[in-house]
Design a protein around this ligand. Structure first.
Ligand SMILES: *[C@@H]1O[C@H](CO)[C@@H](O)[C@H](O)[C@H]1NC(C)=O
Length: 141
């Protein structure tokens, strides 16, 4: 799907949902998942939160996956940011932004998921469109 069609579809869905929504009630456009694969050579300390939810600090064993569900709600911008560290690697990265990641180029649209690979050489997002991991962030210096 092209960038243009993607945005026309998004607009159409938004208008449809708004039409059906009583004033003041939140309307969920989509529900998806965020997957974070630990591929650094060791345990990964990770703490993800948004303005509304906090998953608490945890330690992810090597090659393990941390998963949480997210939703896209009309009029509600939500950004999930994760503090991550492992030995000499550290940084804080936005791993889901409801305003920019719900697209074919990034996490997909239908049953979307944001699949992240956390590796020694950086943080990668699986692109639904490219069908491959694409580098997004280097570790902090
Ligand atoms: C996310 O939602 C799916 C589908 O409802 C469910 O199967 C899964 O257990 C949920 N995952 C988490 C981490 O809550």
């Amino acid at each position: 799907m092209s960038y243009h069609i993607n945005h026309v579809l998004l607009l159409a869905l938004t208008l449809m949902a708004m039409h059906q929504s009583p004033v003041g009630q939140s309307v969920t456009l989509a529900i998806g998942s965020v997957f974070i694969f630990n591929q650094v050579p060791g345990p990964l300390n990770i703490h993800c939160k948004s303005a509304y939810r906090d998953f608490g600090p945890r330690t992810l064993p090597i090659f393990d996956v941390f998963e949480f569900n997210v939703s896209v709600v009309i009029g509600k911008s939500e950004v999930y940011s994760c503090d991550m560290s492992s030995r000499n690697l550290h940084g804080r990265f936005d791993l889901f932004d409801s305003m920019t990641d719900w697209t074919t180029e990034r996490c997909g649209i239908k049953n979307f998921d944001c699949s992240w690979k956390v590796a020694e050489d950086g943080i990668f997002l699986f692109s639904a469109e490219k069908r491959d991991y694409v580098a997004q962030y280097p570790w902090s210096k």
